[in-house]
Write a protein that binds this ligand. Sequence first.
Ligand code: HEC
Length: 150
Amino acid sequence: MTVKRYCLILAVSSLLGWATPLLADSVQFDSVSGSIEQPLTDQAGDASKGRLLVLGRQSGLCILCHNGPFPEEHFQGNLAPELSQSASRLTAGQLRAHLVAPQWFNPTTIMPSYLSSDGLIRVSPQYQGKAILVAQDIEDIVAFLLTLKP
Ligand code: HEC
């Protein structure tokens, strides 16, 4: 089977600045299934940390736009799909791809890439050129989203 692959080259050291470059030099994006099959780090994702990132108002801020089965959160977004429905439909690789390259799915999306500073506008000087999260955070979030599958 010939699977066409795009290579998203992530210049890790410049993106993450201070962070240890846990990320491989390139991320293989499978443009047939819209997924990044290979985990971004060697360490398995920690779903409990992922939950904190998804619900956190300081970092992931996912529920600014999304909503999900989080009864303790009174204010959740309605601009984006409900996360357990998305998780039930998507594979780990597809969930990872949505977090790393949301523009591949919708070029005019309002969802930011969490692993690249591309497309972010009006960024304060101290955050310019930096990604919102690091690779391990992405793996933690994927692990958490997978727990939402029925
Ligand atoms: C600024 C709003 C916004 C934020 C913040 C955001 N998203 Fe999204 N997300 C969207 C929108 C809108 C879509 C629907 C597709 C599109 O238009 O890009 C989407 C799509 C997705 C999808 C695919 C859904 C599907 O059913 O196909 C996943 C998974 C996802 N987001 C997860 C997340 C996670 C996890 C976070 C936090 C780390 C997050 N998003 C943060 C707006 C956002």
